[in-house]
Design a protein around this ligand. Structure first.
Ligand SMILES: Nc1ncnc2c1ncn2[C@@H]1O[C@H](COP(=O)(O)OP(=O)(O)OP(=O)(O)O)[C@@H](O)[C@H]1O
Length: 240
C-alpha cells in the first residue's frame, strides 16, 4: 500500500461535451519521481483530461488533486507548483524570448540569480541562447516549443504536464528534453505527458496509462504492462 501523497491524483474523472462523454470515470495516481506516459488513439480523451488537470477547463464529475490540493478549490495554490506545456504553444508573439521568460519568472517569483542561471542552462541545452533576444513571432514551431518548455521549468514545478511534447522537436532537442525530464523527476518532481510515440514512452516512462474512447483500460508500471512484448504490441493488441 502506497502511503505517500500522490503529486497528481485523478479520481473518477468524467467530462462530457453535450451528449458525448469524452472521458468516463478515469482514476490514476502519479507519484513523486514518476514519468507517467498517457497514450491513446486520436480523440481518446487525453487532451480533455490534461486541460482539466491544469485548470484551463472544468469537468463534470470526480476530483483532481495536486499534492493533496483540489484543482477546483485551490486553483492558485496548485498552479504555483504546476507547469503545463500544451501541444500547440501559443506564446506572446510580441515579446522576445527573454522578455517572455522574465515575465514567467516574475509570475512565479523566481529570484533574479536563480532565473538567470536556469534560463542560461536550459537555453544552452536546447540551443536557444542566440535567439532569446529575437521576437517570438520570428520563431519556428520547435523554437516556440522550446521557449515554453524553458518557461515551464523555471520554477521547478512539482508537477510538469506536457501534451505531445516530442511533436515538432528535432532529434537533438527530443534527446535533450528526455534528459531534462529525467533530471526533474530525479529531484522528486513528477511528469505526466501524452504521446503517440510509443517507443519513447516505453523507454522513458516508469508508468503508463492507456485510454480508449474515454475509458482507462490499462494503467500501472510500464514493466508490468509491457512484459516481454513492446508497448506498441500491447497498444495495438488492445485495439482489436
Ligand atoms: N470543445 C469540444 N467540444 C466538443 N467535443 C470535444 C471538444 N474537445 C474535445 N472533444 C471531443 O472529446 C473527445 C476527446 O478529445 P481529446 O482532444 O481529448 O482527444 P485526444 O486523446 O487528445 O486526441 P488526439 O490524440 O487526437 O490529440 C473527442 O471525441 C473530441 O471530439
Amino acid at each position: 500500500m502506497e502511503d505517500r501523497v500522490p503529486v497528481l491524483a485523478v479520481s473518477h474523472f468524467t467530462k462530457t461535451f453535450g451528449e458525448k462523454r469524452a472521458v468516463d470515470d478515469v482514476s490514476l495516481a502519479v507519484m513523486p519521481g514518476d514519468i507517467y506516459g498517457f497514450v491513446g488513439h486520436n480523440g481518446a480523451g487525453k487532451t480533455t483530461l490534461i486541460r482539466s488537470i491544469v485548470g484551463v477547463a472544468g469537468f463534470d464529475g470526480g476530483t483532481i488533486n495536486i499534492e493533496g490540493m483540489s484543482v477546483v478549490d485551490q486553483p492558485i495554490a496548485v498552479k504555483r507548483i504546476t507547469a503545463y506545456v500544451p501541444d500547440n504553444p501559443d506564446v506572446y508573439d510580441f515579446l522576445t524570448g527573454i522578455q517572455y521568460l522574465d515575465y514567467i519568472a516574475d509570475i512565479f517569483e523566481v529570484p533574479a540569480a536563480v532565473r538567470r542561471e536556469r534560463i542560461e542552462r536550459y537555453a544552452d541545452k536546447l540551443s536557444l541562447t542566440s535567439a532569446l533576444g529575437d521576437l517570438i513571432s520570428s520563431y519556428s514551431h520547435g523554437m516556440k516549443q522550446k521557449v515554453v518548455l524553458i518557461g515551464a521549468l523555471l520554477h521547478e514545478p512539482k508537477l510538469l504536464v506536457l501534451d505531445e511534447p516530442f511533436v515538432g522537436l528535432d532529434p537533438e532537442a527530443s534527446y535533450t528534453l528526455k534528459g531534462l525530464m529525467r533530471e526533474l523527476t530525479e529531484r522528486g518532481s513528477a511528469i505526466f505527458f501524452s504521446s503517440h510515440v510509443l517507443e519513447v514512452v516505453e523507454k522513458l516512462c516508469n508508468k503508463v496509462a492507456i485510454i480508449k474512447a474515454g475509458k482507462l483500460i490499462v494503467d500501472g508500471s510500464t514493466e508490468q504492462i509491457v512484459g516481454d512484448k513492446s508497448l506498441e504490441d500491447v497498444f495495438l493488441g488492445l485495439g482489436k
